[in-house]
Design a protein around this ligand. Structure first.
Ligand code: 6MZ
Length: 365
């Protein structure tokens, strides 16, 4: 595993509330239990159950959201999630989350996002770059990877991680609520918000409900990634591809026509192997679409989806792909590096990341 951890990686599909440490979830559940608001053993059983169908996963999210309702907790989980990704040498993270309202806690979508930003600022184990583009300094960035490795080995100084945010629209939301999220994203662009994600239980909601907000987001220059084809819904898959999102996530239930369309459009796919297997959206890795997309040179990026809920990490996903599909480390490194082209941050960050990978290529064998 060490090699996979040492390798610089780019994570483009990680949901904040799906990436919480089990230990934190248990602590939050225990507190709720102590206050008589939940029966701790029941909650514990749900948290520690690791094989979940897609339907159960969404029930799990409802439970997690009960545990993470206040601003302080949102700040805490954001901080921990970034620290965890940085620890395994994720050098660029696009973290997505659904801005939430919670009247009883005085929370609205904006204050939820402010709590997330507070979490970014609270990280102390690693330097977090949330919006460096205007002050691009190529020479200074040349040694990020060197510094990362040095820090890992001698405990001095700080590693650096670029973090950009995607605001998620939940498929349970109305057109108005989706529009509110897009407007908030536009308001927070200078704070590192780069795009919009459409996610949530794929059997709920209609594409046309979200389309006006997504079109508005696109017109305003936000980049868009869609959860696409998590369940067999060919009409929706076609409508989503016709929308020309910048990336899509999953693509599990595509038929021949949909593959042909996706490939001709060259839309990058965020692949989440463990998530797909755990939720049984793909029955086994032998038949996972990773293989066909990889062999045909289609743009793909390996991601965790929900590292907490599925007990995985980006390093583990790379190691799993390598061992399952017989791909050598050198090629896996190239796969990680290719992901730099699909990030939603601008060219300056891309150039900096290229240098990180250049440096790592010379030192990692
Ligand atoms: C679809 C998913 C998901 O936004 O509260 N989410 N949506 N498919 C998936 N694959 C299994 N995994 C996570 O993070 C949790 C939310 O992300 C979406 C769901 O809407 C879930 O409630 P945030 O930070």
């Amino acid at each position: 595993m060490d090699w996979w951890v040492s390798m610089p990686k780019v994570e483009l599909h990680a949901h904040l509330n799906g990436s919480i440490r089990d230990s934190t979830l248990m602590e939050l559940a225990r507190e709720l239990g102590d206050r008589g608001l939940a029966h701790f053993p029941d909650v514990e059983r749900v948290i520690l159950k690791h094989d979940r169908s897609l339907t159960e996963v969404f029930k799990m999210f409802d439970l997690i959201h009960i545990l993470t309702t206040d601003h302080e907790t949102v700040t805490r989980i954001t901080k921990e999630v970034i620290e965890d990704f940085a620890t395994e040498n994720v050098v660029y993270l696009e973290l997505r989350t659904t801005p939430k309202k919670n009247v009883s806690k005085g929370m609205n979508k904006k204050s939820y996002m402010e709590a997330v930003l507070e979490g970014l600022r609270a990280v102390s184990t690693v330097e977090v770059d949330i919006c460096s583009e205007p002050n691009f300094d190529c020479s200074a960035s040349a040694a990020i990877y060197a510094r990362n490795n040095e820090c890992a080995s001698n405990g001095t100084g700080k590693k650096k991680i670029y973090v950009r945010l995607l605001l998620s629209i939940d498929r349970r939301e109305t057109t108005e609520a989706a529009m509110e999220t897009v407007k908030l994203a536009l308001e927070m662009r200078h704070l590192g918000v780069v795009g919009i994600d459409l996610s949530g239980n794929p059997i709920i909601g209609e594409w046309l409900t979200f389309l006006p907000a997504l079109e508005f987001a696109k017109e305003q220059g936000l980049l868009i990634t869609l959860h696409c084809g998590e369940v067999p819904n060919q009409v929706e898959i076609h409508a989503m591809l016709d929308f020309l999102p910048t990336r899509i996530g999953h693509a599990c239930c595509f038929g021949e026509e949909e593959w042909a369309k996706l490939k001709s459009l060259k839309i990058p796919v965020e692949i989440c192997l463990t998530s797909n297997i755990r939720t049984e959206t793909i029955s086994s890795l032998d038949i996972h679409h990773f293989v066909d997309l990889y062999n045909s040179g289609h743009p793909i990026v390996l991601c965790t989806d929900d590292s907490g809920v599925f007990s995985t990490s980006v390093s583990r996903e790379y190691s799993l792909a390598s061992s399952s599909f017989g791909i050598q480390k050198r090629e896996m490194f190239q796969l990680a590096r290719n992901a730099v082209s699909f990030i939603f941050a601008g060219n300056k960050v891309k150039q900096e990341l290229e240098q990180v990978f250049d440096f790592a290529a010379k030192t990692l064998e």
